[in-house]
Ligand binder design. Structure first.
Ligand SMILES: [Zn+2]
Length: 76
């Protein structure tokens, strides 16, 4: 996997994302599989992961809690 930003090699890693939803809920997703650039620390997600994240966000919106922490590995 090559970094889209600088073209360096990206290695497999795990990342956490904090996403603020339009209903004011803060959603934290942990253990997201990603690729991280060795040079610029850019985080890259594969298409499958992006799709899965969209599904997690969609179901979080329905619950409408103020703060939610989701583990990617248990939500996938
Ligand atoms: Zn890079």
């Amino acid at each position: 996997m090559k970094c889209l930003k600088c073209g360096s090699t990206a290695y497999e890693s795990r990342n956490s994302e904090a996403i603020e939803l339009e209903n004011g809920c803060l959603l934290v997703i942990r253990n997201i599989p990603c690729y991280k650039c060795t040079q610029c620390d850019e985080i890259l997600y594969t298409g499958d992961v992006v799709e899965q994240l969209e599904q997690i966000i969609a179901s979080a919106k329905k619950l409408a809690q103020q703060l939610m922490v989701v583990d990617y590995t248990s939500a996938a």
